[in-house]
Design a protein around this ligand. Structure first.
Ligand SMILES: C[S@@+](CC[C@H](N)C(=O)[O-])C[C@H]1O[C@@H](n2cnc3c(N)ncnc32)[C@H](O)[C@@H]1O
Length: 222
């Protein structure tokens, strides 16, 4: 009988969060075929689906014991406000859609990960570890998050890319570019450090399920 936990890794990227997971059967969903290809080479035993994470979650969630969801963070990031260039744009609603969907329509353990936003988060996170915000239905204890020593925010040189690969322990040939971003370090910068991904998965193994109490705001219109 197969007793391995079944994990769904949504918006899988290069699977930084997944790298140290052991004894789990992983299905990964990634929209970008170039990134999905590298993911598949890194984790040959995972099932890799090239497609939309939200659609996959809606259809298949009940086939899994655990869901990790890392929606794209660029449109929430403080970098939106930290540049001289006009990058004004609407945030990507996938983050908030994912949290509310999982809160209401998924019975297993789940976690949504993103960066610290430039605005007050619409739903209070369960935990903040390093540069990551987490929303989950289980407690996440604190750990010393491995520090990237400055190269996480800067540098697109060959040396910076190599330092990022070494820091994460994720190696592949050549460069991959995330969407229209010309920086070859961006896909690596998107990664959760493997030790943090491993820690969060361990935390999910506790029996207790918590529910997020979102701070409801009532706005009255005259
Ligand atoms: C923040 S990164 C994921 C990082 C990953 N958790 C890690 O630790 O390495 C987000 C990824 O989501 C992918 N993505 C964006 N929109 C998507 C969608 N609708 N469905 C699936 N993947 C998507 C992007 O191509 C990107 O690789």
């Amino acid at each position: 009988m197969n007793t391995k936990k079944k994990a769904l890794n949504l918006c899988a990227g290069l699977g930084g969060n997944r790298k140290n997971w052991k004894n789990v059967e992983v299905t990964a969903v990634e929209l970008d075929p170039k990134i999905a290809k590298v993911y598949q080479d890194l984790y040959p035993h995972d099932i890799v689906v090239i497609g939309d994470a939200m659609e996959y979650l809606k259809k298949h969630r009940n086939e899994f014991d655990f869901v990790w969801f890392s929606p794209p963070c660029q449109k929430h990031s403080r970098m939106m406000k930290a540049t001289r260039h006009d990058v004004a744009d609407f945030f990507d609603p996938m983050l908030w859609q994912a949290i509310i969907f999982l809160q209401h329509f998924y019975k297993g353990k789940w976690i949504v990960e993103n960066v610290k936003p430039y605005y007050e988060p619409l739903i209070k996170p369960t935990a903040i570890l390093g540069r990551h915000y987490f929303w989950s239905n289980f407690d996440i204890s604190n750990i010393d998050v491995p520090s990237p020593k400055g190269f996480i925010t800067s540098g697109s040189s060959k040396e910076s890319v190599q330092s990022m690969k070494d820091w994460l322990g994720i190696h592949y040939d050549g460069n991959i570019y995330y969407k229209d971003n010309h920086c070859p370090a961006q896909v690596l910068r998107n990664c959760v450090h493997p030790k943090l991904g491993e820690h969060v998965l361990k935390c999910s193994e506790s029996k207790k399920i918590i529910s997020i109490k979102s701070e409801q705001q009532v706005i009255e219109f005259n």
